[in-house]
Write a new protein. Sequence first.
Lengths: 173, 197
Amino acid sequence: MTLHLTHEQLCDLILADSSLPFEGNSQNDSDVVQAHLRACLLCSAELRNLRDSLSHFRDASTAYARQEFAQSYAQRSSIAPPHSFLSQPLYWTAAVVVFVAALFPLSMHRQRSIPPVTATAVSASPQTTESDDALLADIDQKVSADVPSPMEPLADPTAGAASTTSTSNQRND
Amino acid sequence: MSSRAITSDSHSMTQHAPATPLDDMASIVATYEQRIFRFHLVSIRDRDLAQSLTQDTFVRAWSARDSFRGDCSILTWLMRIALNLIRDHTRTDRFRFWKRVSETAVDVSDIASHVPHRDSSLESRLIASEQMTLVWESVAQLSDRQRSVFLLRFLEELELSEIANITGLPISTVKTHLYRALATIRARHNATQKDSL
């Protein structure tokens, strides 16, 4: 026997599992260990210390987990509606209303976008096309002219005088 | 946990499938939810994550209820699912990231305020709080396997045979993990006592 309990002996005392199969010498070992515990203050103090630590750990963890669980349960209860409500017509009606409300702006947008399409179609008629062509041809002609028409030189300033002379000659004749 | 959804669904399902003990999922959730949540919370140490994994545990249990053969208790079966979920989750890099930045992570000070005060003296309360803190911090140092076995034994107070059933390990291996976990705690105990002297 060693001076103090081995680590395994100390652990076996802490574990103390009734589900483990009973081994042949375990009763004798247990008696020896118990006798040592009664005699050795160090081992008994360490065993008590370890048991207390594990007990505090278990109790505190359990209490904390219980509190956290209660809080999370309360939050879920306040946020989530009872599931049976989903089967009520009220929820389906609300869903339909939301769906229609979502479709309404889309239909309005579609109605507004239709008139420009028809105007485009009208402007594409043959008459409009001809008038546009004539207008474009006129603009093109004016632009392509070298000198604007108001600035064109006079045709022949002497042509008028010649005609006047011939007229006077005829009168003289 | 939307246990009512599962229950209402179960009524339609049980007309076709043979009845199993897990068909009444509402009562199973009511019985075991808090305990599964506690195991997740102390294992993961994150409130939101513990809630999420608790829900996942029961969803998986419901999905796999046909595979429950009744050769173990329902708690053992649920704990096995919970343990697998924790193992899957803690392996991911995403978990390691959220572990660093999570605001819902459980701090030791949160737990220390819940140490029961059987003795009203201030000294004994301080000692109890220190002892609890020491174990809490020691558990964080354990490997994943050691931590799971330790919590199943000292938090859930399951017997070694049940732990062996949950983890799929031999009882001797379970005992070895517990010896090592307790060795870590003892080492910290001794170091703390030396520091105080």
